[in-house]
Design a protein around this ligand. Structure first.
Ligand code: JE8
Length: 277
C-alpha cells in the first residue's frame, strides 16, 4: 500500500517512522511519503491561508497550494505504477472513522491524506478531487483538534495493522473488539501477567486454575461488565441473539433486561435506577 500525506507540519508525522507502521515501511509492506504543502507556494512568505469569504473568524487554506500539491503527488504515484487513489480528508464534520472503514481503506492500494489546519481547506479543492477519485471525509471522534495530522496518525495505524503480514500471527486481529460483523461487539476485559503477586495484589485465582471453560466464561463476564459500564450503547444495539443464557444472567446482575417491545425482539435495556431485583 502507498500512503501520501500533504501537510504544513511534516515533522508531526515522524511517528510514522516508529513501531508497527515504521516496521511495515522498513519491510516494504507500506510506502509512506510525507510532503510539505509549502513546497507548492511561490510567494516570499509561503502563504497557505487567506481570510474566509463571507467573513468570520480564522483563516481558510487556499486552493492553489493544495491543487498543485495534489496534482504533483498524484502524477508521481501514477508514474510509480500506483492506481485507484482515495483521498482521505480528516475533518470534524466527516463520517465517524470506525473499524469497518479501516477495513475498507486497508483494501485500497493507495491513500492520499490532506490534514488541514486553520478553519480547513477551501471546499472547491475537495469538490474538484471528488470528480476524480473516492473522497472520504472522516472524523476520529467528537472532540476538537487543532488540525488533521493526529487523525492521519490514527487512521494510518488502524489501517496498517490490517495489511497482510503486518501483524504477527501472535497478535492476529480476527477477534478484535469492533471487528465488523462480530455478533457481540463487547469491550475487552482486563488482562494479567507475571508475577502472580505485585504490591500485595494477586491475580484472579480462576486465571491460574487451568479450567479453560470457566476462564472463558469469566472473561466474557468481565467483558460484559466493562461494556455495560463504559459503552451501554453497544449492549443496547446488540442483537439479543448474541447473548447466551449465562450472558443474560450476568446482564441481569448488572441491571439489564430484555425489552419485550425492543426491535428486534428482546433487545436489552438498562433497568431504571432503584429497580434492582
Ligand atoms: C481540524 C478534527 C478530525 C476531529 C480535523 C482537521 C483542520 C472548523 N474547525 C477546525 C474549527 C475549530 C478548529 C478545527 C481545527 N481543524 C480539526 C480536525 C478531527 N479528523 N475528530 N476533531 N477535530 C482540522 C482544522
Amino acid at each position: 500500500m502507498r500512503l501520501d500525506v500533504v501537510t504544513i507540519f511534516p515533522e508531526y508525522l515522524e511517528p510514522l517512522n516508529v513501531s508497527l507502521v515504521g516496521k511495515a515501511r522498513a519491510r516494504g509492506q507500506l510506502d509512506v511519503r510525507v510532503h510539505d504543502l509549502r513546497a507548492w507556494t511561490y510567494d516570499r512568505h509561503n502563504t497557505v491561508d487567506d481570510t474566509p469569504y463571507g467573513g468570520g473568524p480564522g483563516m481558510v487554506m487556499k486552493t492553489e497550494p493544495w491543487g498543485d500539491a495534489l496534482d504533483s503527488v498524484l502524477a508521481d504515484g501514477y508514474e510509480a505504477g500506483s492506481h485507484a487513489p482515495a483521498l482521505i480528508v480528516p475533518t470534524p464534520s466527516g463520517r465517524p472513522f470506525t473499524q469497518e472503514l479501516a477495513v475498507e481503506l486497508s483494501e485500497r492500494p493507495w491513500l492520499v491524506f490532506t490534514p488541514a489546519r486553520y478553519e480547513g481547506i477551501d471546499r472547491r479543492v475537495i469538490d474538484e478531487y471528488a470528480t476524480r477519485m473516492p473522497v472520504y471525509e472522516v472524523s476520529i471522534g467528537d472532540y476538537v483538534l487543532a488540525g488533521g495530522e493526529a487523525a492521519v496518525l490514527v487512521v494510518t495505524e488502524a489501517v496498517a495493522r490490517l495489511l497482510p503480514g503486518v501483524l504477527g500471527n501472535a497478535e492476529s486481529h480476527r477477534d478484535d473488539s469492533f471487528a465488523p460483523g462480530a455478533m457481540a461487539n463487547l469491550l475487552e476485559g482486563p488482562v494479567y501477567t507475571k508475577p502472580p503477586e505485585w504490591r500485595g495484589r494477586g491475580v484472579p485465582d480462576l486465571l491460574l486454575s487451568g479450567h479453560h471453560g470457566k476462564i472463558a466464561r469469566w472473561r466474557r463476564d468481565e467483558a460484559l461488565r466493562r461494556t455495560a459500564a463504559n459503552r451501554p450503547d453497544l449492549i443496547e444495539t446488540c442483537d439479543p441473539k448474541a447473548f447466551d443464557k449465562k450472558d443474560r444472567e450476568m446482564l441481569s446482575i448488572l441491571g439489564w433486561a430484555p425489552d419485550p417491545e425492543g426491535e428486534p425482539y428482546g433487545r436489552f435495556w438498562r433497568r431504571p435506577e432503584g429497580m434492582e431485583q
